[in-house]
Design a binder for this molecule. Structure first.
Ligand SMILES: [Zn+2]
Length: 167
């Protein structure tokens, strides 16, 4: 831990930093818009891969491993899960975005580095940097009094039979 006092930036500094970050994010959007044709199917250059792998193939694996086959799967399968169609939308759009970023990393590494810094500053400043697991305090309220199916803690109605859960 670092006990040095952090100097408080002025509003002018903060606005200038936000402007610079916005410029980087716009530059990334422009770059990806002008390379939309190749950003999904670009060959993936990484040692040890068989021929024919693309950045989208990498993105699909990352999306499956980091999102699809995680707690998201429990949410999907659980009593108030979202539909297969919604899961498909989530995964296709996550994979496509990951492929764009994998393409950016290969095609414009300096812009990619600037993107990481700007996006991290705007969205991930308060994100944990080393936690790997979170235990939920309480997931399920228990069985529905009418149909006995398990009900999530956040629900006001049983999603299976519609019973109002008076709490
Ligand atoms: Zn019920």
């Amino acid at each position: 831990m670092n006990d040095q006092p952090v100097p408080t930036p002025s509003f002018e500094d903060l606005f200038a930093q936000a402007d610079a970050e916005t410029e980087v994010l716009l530059a990334v959007s422009r770059f990806l818009a002008t390379h939309a044709d190749e950003s999904q199917g670009a060959p993936l250059t990484a040692p040890g891969l068989p021929e024919g792998w693309t950045v989208r193939d990498e993105a699909n694996v990352l999306a499956a491993s980091a999102f699809r086959n995680t707690y998201l799967e429990e949410l999907h399968a659980g009593p108030s899960g979202f539909s297969d169609e919604e899961m498909r939308k989530l995964m296709i759009e996550a994979s496509a975005r990951l492929a764009e970023l994998a393409y950016l990393r290969q095609a414009a590494p300096d812009l990619y580095a600037a993107f990481l810094v700007a996006y991290g500053s705007q969205y991930c400043r308060r994100w944990d940097r080393d936690a790997t697991r979170v235990e939920l305090k309480r997931r399920y309220l228990g069985p529905c009094p009418r149909c006995k199916k398990s009900v999530r803690i956040t629900e006001n109605f049983c999603p299976s039979c519609g019973k109002l859960l008076g709490r």
